[in-house]
Design a protein around this ligand. Structure first.
Ligand code: C2E
Ligand code: MG
Ligand code: MG
Length: 641
């Protein structure tokens, strides 16, 4: 039979080109890159063996022997390529942990290649797979069917695996991987019927080329300057880990003074600095044989991703990195540079169970105060918090529909009257999945999503219903304080809506006191002033909430038509230094001189109570008397007080 060998020549040239560029493009880096390089090499060996076989003609015994060897090599490496391509697919989808979980599946994976290699060994003794006749001709034997069957198993496995885990590699990588399997399959069928055309290797090579172009693209995953993996690679790898429920540990290194370093060193200098830090990380990684993948996410954020088998080294390595970064980094241009880095160990999915939360947490690491110690996400990270943040919009929507919101009341004590004269309405949210969610979380989220207007309306209605009910008069309360959020204050129709509601329930304007914050004034002074004017004209009184937080501005307070100023808990609980005492006394004096009254928030003990009653504040609110409690409990509380 006159075989056509040119396909093999073309394949050989492509393979050499591929191997060369792999090296030049730094593609042979990392587990996957090395794996791919080995694939190219095994294909090359089978290709060379096939070409050699073509030129081995004649009946000399040496030729017969060489022909036997070249065919054996061809079969061994050709099938090995297929096996390696399947394992490459497993690595690419990052699913080894799933395969290893089940010993049977793991055995199944190695079984066909063991059968193939075994058959080739047997073939040395008896022509089971093929034979080279004494006159130098190649003859198939019946056992070759077994090789085909085993190869078919791998083809099937590979395609099935790619399909099953297609989500973790994405469409762009899924297509070339599967197309390569298809090419291999078609080539085998074609060559079976037309043995003259030796196109199997060529088809394999073609597939590998496709994969190298579409999958192994370092320019998309590796930062050419630092040689570290990029954000994009981080996102796709972590995403795959979450999808495949693979446990990983991440050492997060955030250079918290990166912004000022960049201003000081310029972009180029900062990038050099990062390369140096990258080298420090790589060195520590190598010394500890951690085998982690190192990422540069930009903005001074670096990540080491560690596989489960090396978990026991994580803490030690993190500590080593911490110590190393405490030393100044030498820069030729700028001398020694002091890096401040927050380092934190995160386990996924134990500490954090989704990508968005992980990224948010990684950003927040910058805002944590520098302690000089390695941090643990399990200590600082409230998993719940980040999970809630992700779902908060739908949580709020569901809560509005299913009535999961409830208004609680916290009594406020009048020191002048010696009785509870009012209360603050505080909203509570009970979610089926997350349990109690703090308003500090859902109010800001509702402001962003716009749900705050419906929430605000709900609170006001609840309060009005309470006030207009039978028991309220028995409680001898002057008014209920209702919080208004910044977003509500920006609405032109705010005052009209409020007045409409209280009228609907027959509530007197003097029975409602609205709490606004100073920040509301920053956003929309004109609209806010219009609203406040309308409300005060109608007889609703106003409190300024959270005084003493942020940048309190006395002249602004003077501008607003306020009845009450509420001193915030952080202000009243501030460390009691002589200077703080002066600030507090002067603030109280100024507020009083403007004819406003004072509610002190967050009074938890007798000492604080005494201090503020000595300072002649009018009202006290705090856990000392009661936490915010449900309406029924609140009624009992007041009736029994
Ligand atoms: P805020 O208006 O300053 O409410 C006072 C907060 O201090 C309440 O927290 C209350 O439970 C807490 N507090 C009171 N006394 C003490 C104390 O002695 N010790 C301590 N540690 N805390 C005390 P809460 O209920 O978690 O509310 C947080 C914030 O959420 C509120 O701060 C308010 O800004 C907002 N918020 C709550 N309900 C509503 C609402 O219906 N509408 C709007 N727009 N905001 C609300
Ligand atoms: Mg309040
Ligand atoms: Mg407050």
């Amino acid at each position: 039979m006159d075989r056509i060998v040119y396909f093999d020549y073309s394949a050989l040239m492509l393979l050499l080109l591929l191997a060369g560029t792999l090296e030049m493009r730094k593609m042979a880096r990392g587990h996957l890159g090395r794996h791919f390089l080995i694939l190219v090499i095994t294909t090359t060996v089978s290709c060379v063996a096939e070409i050699a076989d073509y030129y081995l003609v004649g009946s000399a015994s040496s030729v017969v022997l060489l022909k036997f060897i070249s065919n054996t090599i061809y079969f061994a490496f050709h099938n090995l390529t297929l096996f390696l391509y399947v394992t490459y697919t497993i690595s690419l989808t990052d699913t080894w942990h799933i395969i290893r979980r089940n010993k049977f599946v793991l055995c199944l994976l190695y079984f066909p290649i063991a059968v193939i290699m075994g058959s080739l060994v047997v073939n040395f003794f008896t022509p089971f797979v093929f034979n080279i006749s004494s006159d130098g001709y190649y003859e198939r034997s019946s056992g070759i069917i077994l090789l085909y069957a085993m190869a078919a198993c791998y083809l099937f496995w590979g395609v099935f695996h790619s399909f099953r885990f297609r989500k973790s590699i994405g469409f762009n990588r899924f297509v070339p991987v599967v197309v390569t399997y298809l090419l291999m399959f078609l080539a085998v069928v074609f060559q079976y019927f037309f043995p003259r055309y030796q196109i199997e290797i060529f088809a394999n090579t073609f597939g590998l080329l496709f994969v190298s172009m579409m999958v192994q693209r370092p320019e998309f995953t590796i930062d050419s300057e630092t040689g570290l993996y990029k954000l994009k690679a981080y996102l796709s790898n972590i995403k795959a880990a979450f999808i495949n429920e693979k446990e990983l540990e991440i050492i997060q290194v955030n250079v918290t003074n990166y912004k000022s370093l960049r201003e000081m060193l310029g972009y180029e200098g900062a990038s050099t600095l990062l390369s140096k830090i990258g080298i420090i990380l790589e060195t520590i990684d190598a010394e500890n044989r951690l085998n982690s993948e190192i990422y540069n996410l930009g903005g001074g954020k670096l990540r080491l991703v560690i596989e489960k088998k090396a978990f026991e080294k994580t803490v030690e390595v993190a500590e080593e990195i911490n110590e190393a970064l405490k030393q100044d980094v030498r820069m030729d241009s700028a001398g020694k540079i002091g890096v401040v880095a927050n380092i934190c160990i995160v386990n996924i999915p134990k500490d954090i169970s989704n990508l968005e939360s992980l990224m948010a947490f990684g950003d927040d690491l910058n805002t944590l105060p520098y302690t000089g110690k390695v941090l643990f996400a399990s200590d600082i990270y409230k998993k719940r918090y980040y999970d809630i943040m992700r779902d908060i919009d739908s949580i709020i929507e569901q809560a509005l529909i299913n009535k999961k919101f409830e208004v609680y009341y916290q009594p406020i004590y009048s020191l002048n009257d010696n009785r509870f004269n009012s209360a603050e309405a505080l909203l509570r949210l009970m979610d089926d999945k997350y349990g109690f969610i703090s308003p500090d979380i859902f109010i800001p989220a509702a402001e962003k999503s716009g749900a705050i207007h419906r929430i605000g309306a709900y609170v006001l209605e609840s309060v009005c219903r309470f006030i207009s009910g039978e028991t309220f008069p028995k409680l001898n309360l002057d008014y209920i304080e209702v919080n208004l959020s910044v977003a509500q204050c920006m609405r032109k129709d705010l005052a009209d809506n409020i007045l409409e509601t209280i009228e609907k329930y027959g509530v007197k304007p003097s029975q409602i006191n609205l709490e606004i914050t100073e920040t509301a004034v920053n956003y929309s002074p004109a609209t806010l002033m219009d609203n406040l004017e309308k409300l005060t004209k109608a007889g609703i009184q106003l409190s300024l909430d959270d005084f003493g937080t942020g940048y309190s501005n006395m002249s602004r307070i003077a501008m607003l038509p306020l009845k009450i100023v509420k001193l915030d808990r952080t202000f009243t609980n501030a460390e009691n230094t002589p200077n703080m005492q002066i600030v507090l006394e002067d603030a109280i004096k100024m507020i009083k001189d403007m004819n406003m009254e004072i509610v002190v928030e967050g009074i938890e003990n007798e000492n604080l109570l005494k201090m503020f009653s000595d300072l002649k504040c009018e009202y006290i609110q705090g856990y000392y008397y009661s936490k915010p409690i449900p309406q029924d409990e609140f009624i009992d509380f007041i009736l029994n007080s």
